[in-house]
Ligand binder design. Structure first.
Ligand code: GDP
Ligand code: MG
Length: 598
């Protein structure tokens, strides 16, 4: 295919503004997917994605379209996830495109992730085509939203399309706009091969499947390829296009998007961001790769049943094959036994990994509260990176501690500004800027410790704004903080899995709230259980769980054996979900108590 006939584009949007629905319509209009095979959100192939209505893993589809000019075009759509946690997946797909369709919900307007995606797209030099979606809704306000796009993004909206991805209204015009406004890839078929890997996944039958976009040169099946950064060579056994199912072809040229199979055993050998060239005629230098995704949020993952430790290790290994942003290393805890400290891009990423582990691998897991990574500077020693709060050294050894901050932008109806500022300040936010976007909407910008964000912040923003505010953050750097280790003792025994690093000024109030919460979560037992919050050996908050009065079996007056058995069975099932701290059984919710403090 001549590059003149190719258009590579992605769709970017704030979550729920209709990106997946628009992609569905485009696939149908171009007969890429027959109406019979069509199911909603076709590209969201993971069950989890369908259920939650979000796109997690990016997906690609090649469409064939005969435009109004009578010529046939190949349109490669690369779908992107809309959630902040996955913005690194967004930037990966952007590099493979020349243009982006910016979908904005005409009943909502420009939201925090709309802006964040636009920044990424314009950094990558993409042509951005704004489109107003959901104009079928009675609450749609196309005029107001166009104004927002002009004012906040600076895009001309004079010929902005007004569509409904749901009813299909004006969607065929989107295809015409793509052909007309998105530039074709450059024709560099004579240059040595350079193709960028933008995704890869592990298939148990064929090995690693690599998704790539060719920038220079030509790739044919059977050629020996080289990954320029890892310096590894492989023989291609199959190349093809994503239509959207894999269809093999003999050769692909500049601008084309495809997949290859080459007997690659691990995803590490075919890393996202690496450049593919030919071993016989290598390019001089690789393409600019992507920034590697850094895990920002950590938590301990433990099998509820100690026998499942090896299964958990295997499951993590497999998930990692398809999710390079996931990190994990073994750790042990006196409370939880053997497990793993895992690193994630953000909270949603964490939730999704945990859910996949239990759903796809049938694992029953106990997880600890999420935490962040700290740089701990010791006297006359190089700094330590601490990813597990209980590893924080003794205070007298520490010179100072640095913690990660994010730059946070909240876009909200103006009536909630006061309440959101109060929330942000209570979470140690440092005010940066406030902008009046329109008469009724305001943007707030803060620097905020990431640790304050990972404990329920987003839910509170939503509830304080009745669901109307949106937020977006990106990592902004480390700052020194006055931080202490807050430990919890249950029945006189410190529980490592309940340890947290908190700001000194907040240690007392958090310790009080945490012990109160634990008192609610830990069931009564035969004896009285003290629950204490401590800094070092100093108790700063204390509660106790009163003893259980009666034996559960006391109720069944000896006679009824089957009832007795039932009760004991129920107890045993409950116990499986518990972790024993000395003589005390602690339910798994207790290890996440930090997320539900009042
Ligand atoms: P995404 O998160 O951007 O991928 O958004 P989805 O495509 O999943 O759409 C979010 C919700 O909006 C779904 O319930 C869709 O059915 C709905 N939706 C999408 N486009 C339209 C539209 O044009 N009109 C209406 N009324 N609803 C739409
Ligand atoms: Mg979607």
């Amino acid at each position: 295919v001549s590059p003149q006939q190719i258009r590579n584009f992605c769709i970017i949007a704030h979550i729920d503004h209709g990106k997946s629905t628009l992609a569905d319509r485009l696939l149908q209009l171009t007969n890429t997917v027959s109406n019979r095979d069509m199911k909603e959100q076709f590209l969201d192939s993971m069950d989890l994605e369908r259920e939650r209505g979000i796109t997690i893993k990016l997906q690609t589809a090649r469409m064939s379209y005969t435009a109004a000019d009578g010529k046939q075009y190949i349109l490669n759509l690369i779908d992107t996830p809309g959630h902040v946690d996955f913005s690194y997946e967004v930037s990966r797909s952007l590099v493979a495109c020349e243009g982006a369709i910016l979908v904005v919900d005409a009943s909502q307007g420009v939201e925090a992730q709309t802006l964040a995606n636009v920044y990424l797209a314009s950094e990558s030099g993409l042509e951005i085509i704004p489109v107003l979606n959901k104009v079928d809704l009675p609450s749609a306000e196309p005029l107001r939203v166009k104004q927002e796009i002009e004012q906040m993004i600076g895009l001309d909206t004079s010929d902005c399309l007004e569509i409904s991805a749901k009813t299909g209204k004006n969607v065929e015009k989107v295809l015409e706009y793509i052909v007309e406004y998105i530039p074709p890839p450059k024709d560099r078929s004579d240059a040595p091969l350079r193709a960028l890997i933008f995704d890869s996944y592990y298939d148990s039958y064929r090995g690693v499947i690599v998704y790539f976009r060719i920038f220079d040169g030509i790739l044919e099946t059977g050629r020996k390829i080289r990954f320029m950064n890892s310096q590894k060579d492989f023989e291609t056994v199959e190349i093809g296009v994503l239509a959207p199912h894999q269809v093999s072809v003999a050769r692909l040229g500049p601008g084309e998007v495809g997949y290859l199979v080459a007997g690659i055993k691990t995803v590490q050998d075919a890393r996202v961001g690496d450049t593919i060239t030919l071993a016989s005629q290598p390019a001089h230098s690789p393409l600019a790769g992507y920034k590697e995704a850094k895990p920002m949020v950590f938590c301990g993952l433990y099998p509820a049943d100690a026998d499942q430790f090896e299964d958990l290790r295997e499951a993590l290994e497999r998930l990692k094959l398809n999710d390079s942003a996931l990190s994990y290393e073994p750790e042990s805890s006196s409370a939880m036994g053997f497990g793993f400290r895992c690193g994630f891009l953000g909270l949603l990423h964490m939730e999704i990994v945990c859910e996949r582990l239990s759903r796809e691998y049938g694992l029953d897991l106990v997880t600890t509260s999420p935490s962040v990574g700290y740089y701990v500077h010791l006297e006359k020693k190089s700094p330590l990176l601490i990813q597990n709060p209980c590893e924080l050294p003794e205070p007298h050894l520490i010179d100072h501690i640095e913690e990660p901050y994010v730059r946070l932008e909240i876009i909200t109806p103006s009536e909630f500004v006061g309440s959101l500022m109060e929330l942000t300040q209570s979470r140690r936010g440092i005010f940066q800027d406030m902008k009046y976007i329109t008469a009724t909407r305001t943007s707030l910008i803060y620097e905020l410790p990431l640790a304050e964000l990972v404990t329920n912040f987003f839910d509170l923003v939503k509830s304080r704004s009745r669901g109307y505010a949106s937020m977006e953050y990106h990592w902004s750097g480390y700052r020194v903080g006055d931080l202490v280790k807050l430990e919890v003792a249950v029945n006189g025994e410190k529980v490592d899995a309940l340890c947290n690093i908190v700001h000194r000024d907040k240690a007392y109030s958090i310790a009080r709230a945490l012990t109160e919460r634990l008192k609610e979560l830990i069931p009564r037992q035969q004896f009285r259980i003290p629950v204490q919050g401590m800094i070092g050996s100093r108790v700063i908050a204390s509660e106790h769980i009163p003893a259980l009065r009666k034996d559960v079996l006391a109720k069944c007056y000896g006679g009824d054996i089957s009832r007795k058995k039932k009760l004991l069975k129920k107890q045993a099932e409950g116990k499986k979900k518990m972790k024993a701290i000395g003589k005390v059984d602690v339910p798994q919710e207790a290890f996440r108590a930090m997320l539900s403090l009042k």
